[in-house]
Design a protein around this ligand. Structure first.
Ligand code: ADP
Ligand code: ASP
Ligand code: MG
Length: 443
């Protein structure tokens, strides 16, 4: 069985939903994971924020505006009268529920309940489009099988049991449609897999059913060698290894949610990235195979905080690093980059929830300097630290202020820490030095 995932742009208009319908019309059983229509989750987040700040009239106006947009989409999408009535009634029930949220006290649960509606809407509408077109398609509610545990990890045993039971006991179908992003938590409350989480839903499902392949369909022809939002003339990579893709996703390549690779890597299930708007393009195939050497791709992650911790005794005394790490462990805060000198250690974190408490504890035995608005620029490729072209990247040091470099921690990754205000320039210069002015093998 195959798992297909279509992102926000892919289901963002009636024209694109019809492209999706054509793509999945091939024979063979499949599970199709859908995101919300593009823009919907952002609007729902805004609505939740308005309720939080007590701007209730504005929240209601936004809900009603969104409802109008959906009414127009339904009219264009579904021609068959009974099906259209069915969809309109469902859509109206979702917007009534949203209006009811406006009068409730704001909470994380209320927020999660509000933002879940985007995927509920897109999957219902799309399932009825397939019915109209004569497909044997069924809706599998994600909340009936998708659950995370108290560590926010997928509860794989529960997911596997429930998903397979649902497939076995529901009416036989060729296409099962389900919501990306949304799930239950360990207490059975509605939550989600974080923004962009539908990719992760697809690979969790792929692992649960031991799929032959998971395909992520989006609005670009695969994984590019740099961030196309900031750099011109980036090119699509035909192959990546799981490790390369995981590292790039973790370090900010928006095309994949950071956790997407994990569930399929251990089972060796191929992950393919494809363009809904250009299905004939090769896209990117992600497997355990390694293709090429040297720097293959560059990504950047914002929202990084750098912490410089200096031993007050001016000597990197035995046990100093242990004490530092224990503080981060206590507050369950993971460290991305780290460099040390004789008297200091510099490291970066992206989760600042406990920063104040961490600083307070560190200051008991060290002086602490904090810099925020930093970005990690990450260069990834098999054996890059040994490749003869890699030194080209250090030309960037002449032009931008690089705060920290992690080189050699892994053979396949080099990370640079820069001010976020320098990120664009760094990415563009690296593109030139690394991919345009030298010969790089990594394709
Ligand atoms: P979807 O809604 O389908 O999940 P996303 O917007 O989450 O789509 O991801 C696709 C977008 O990721 C692309 O349109 C592109 O702008 C951005 N992107 C960032 N880095 C990369 C990269 N290295 N390769 C391809 N796309 C990237
Ligand atoms: N709709 C969610 C979001 O916008 C999940 C996703 O698109 O993957 O973040
Ligand atoms: Mg996405």
């Amino acid at each position: 069985m195959l798992v297909y995932k279509f992102g926000g742009t892919s289901v963002g208009s009636v024209v694109n939903m019809n492209h999706v319908k054509d793509i999945i019309s091939s024979t063979g059983k499949k599970i199709v994971v859908l995101s919300a229509m593009s823009g919907t989750t952002n609007t729902l987040v805004e609505i939740s924020e308005l309720i939080k700040t007590n701007e209730l009239t504005k929240a209601k106006t936004n809900i009603n505006q969104l409802h109008q947009t959906y009414k127009a989409t339904v009219t264009e999408l579904i021609q068959q009268e009974t099906l259209r009535e069915d969809v309109s009634t469902y859509v109206a029930s979702i917007f009534d529920a949203l209006l009811a949220c406006v009068n409730q006290p704001h909470s994380t649960l209320l927020h999660n309940t509000i933002v879940a509606n985007g995927e509920l809407l897109s999957t219902f509408m799309f399932s009825r489009l397939l019915q109209q077109e004569g497909f044997n398609a069924r809706l599998l509610p994600a909340l009936d099988f998708m659950r995370i545990d108290s560590n926010n990890e997928p509860d794989n045993f529960y997911i596997k049991q429930n998903l397979n039971r649902l497939i076995d006991t529901s009416e036989e179908a060729d296409i099962y449609i389900t919501q990306g992003f949304i799930c239950l938590d360990a207490e059975g409350q509605i939550t989600n897999l974080q923004r962009g989480g539908s990719d992760y839903t697809a690979t969790i499902i792929g692992a649960a059913i031991e799929a032959d392949e998971v395909q992520i369909w989006t609005d670009i022809d695969g994984f590019h060698n740099n961030d196309p939002r900031f750099v011109q003339d980036t090119t699509a990579l035909s192959h990546l290894s799981y490790d390369e893709a995981a590292e790039l996703a973790y370090f900010g390549a928006k095309i994949l949610h950071p956790q997407t690779v994990m569930p399929v890597r251990s089972l060796d299930i191929p992950l393919r990235l494809k363009n809904t708007m250009a299905p004939e393009a090769h896209g990117t195939l992600i497997t355990n195979q390694i293709h090429g050497e040297g720097i293959k791709a560059i990504a950047a992650k914002d929202g990084i905080t750098a912490i410089k911790i200096k031993s007050v005794r001016m000597l990197l005394a035995h046990g100093f690093l242990k004490k530092v790490f224990e503080v981060f462990e206590k507050y369950e805060t993971s460290i991305d980059m780290i460099t040390t000198s004789e008297i200091a250690v510099s490291l970066t974190i992206d989760d600042v929830t406990h920063l104040e408490a961490i600083t307070e504890e560190l200051e008991k035995f060290a002086t602490v300097e904090i810099d925020d608005y930093m970005s990690i620029v990450c260069l990834v490729g098999n054996q890059i630290i040994y490749h003869p072209d890699t030194p080209e990247l250090f030309q960037v040091l002449q032009d931008v202020n690089v705060r920290m470099i992690a080189y050699g921690g892994s053979n396949n990754n080099i990370s640079l820490l820069v001010n976020t205000s320098d990120k664009l320039e760094t990415l563009q210069k690296l593109q030139r030095y690394v991919f345009e002015e030298s010969v790089v093998v990594g394709v």
